[in-house]
Design a protein around this ligand. Structure first.
Ligand SMILES: C[S@@+](CC[C@H](N)C(=O)[O-])C[C@H]1O[C@@H](n2cnc3c(N)ncnc32)[C@H](O)[C@@H]1O
Length: 214
């Protein structure tokens, strides 16, 4: 797979990746990681976990991948890894690997993918998890509130009926049971850049969806 090292992409061979995974207690994956700050933060706090951020817009990962490679005293985290990939083309090595998968404030095809039963994104996210692993998904509810935004983004209305019916069913069909959702009306404690940009200090709420792979 292609990993980000500063301004460059490098190939990490499957056997090199397996050896790396073997050094850690478990793996967490953040899909649509953006600038990678959430991954860096998790990796610094949990040095025994390999934390992997995935995003097709890999140029935005230059700074975080550079920071990760520094010494721990300078904010480095050798347990943070950044992969250039979309949810539609996840490298096979990442399958059945993660105890936790995060998607924080997605946009574009990732946003559509996590709320559309017909998309392949839900199955792709499920495929990353180990049995018993947990998916945690945060959505900016504001974009679902008006018909104009929903039409522009090609996303459905997130009514309780839709969440509890079609969407929960789609997650279950992909092996993701115990589907639960809730509104986080106040500031989201997740430390991602877009949580800060969109939610912190605003009137916007977050929809938090959790599901567990059976
Ligand atoms: C609003 S940003 C959120 C970034 C980060 N999770 C955060 O909270 O700061 C949405 C991210 O989703 C990524 N994205 C969009 N479509 C994607 C796809 N199909 N697969 C993976 N990532 C995608 C974008 O490149 C972008 O980095």
């Amino acid at each position: 797979m292609q990993i980000v090292r500063g301004k460059k992409l490098e190939t990490l061979e499957p056997e090199q990746f397996r050896a790396l995974v073997g050094q850690f207690r478990e793996v967490w994956i953040d899909v649509g990681t953006g600038d990678g700050k959430f991954v860096l933060d998790c990796a610094r706090q949990q040095p025994e976990i390999l934390v992997i951020g995935i995003d097709p817009a890999w140029n935005n990962l230059e700074k975080s991948s550079h920071r990760a490679a520094q010494k721990p005293a300078k904010g480095g985290a050798s347990n943070a890894l950044f992969v250039a990939s979309s949810v539609e083309a996840i490298p096979a090595e990442l399958r059945n690997l993660a105890a936790r998968v995060f998607v924080n404030y997605p946009w574009g095809s990732l946003l559509r993918g996590v709320v559309e039963p017909q998309s392949g994104a839900i199955a792709a996210l499920g495929s990353l998890l180990t049995a018993g692993g947990e998916l945690e998904l945060r959505l900016n509810y504001a974009v679902f509130e008006t018909e104009a935004d929903r039409a522009a983004l090609a996303i459905p209305e997130l009514t309780p009926d839709y969440l509890n019916g079609a969407l929960s069913g789609a997650y279950q069909a992909c092996g993701l049971s115990k589907f639960e959702w809730s509104h986080l009306p106040a500031a989201d404690p997740v430390r991602s850049s877009w949580a800060k940009r969109l939610i912190l200090g605003s009137a916007r709420s977050t929809i938090l969806i959790r599901a567990r792979k059976s």
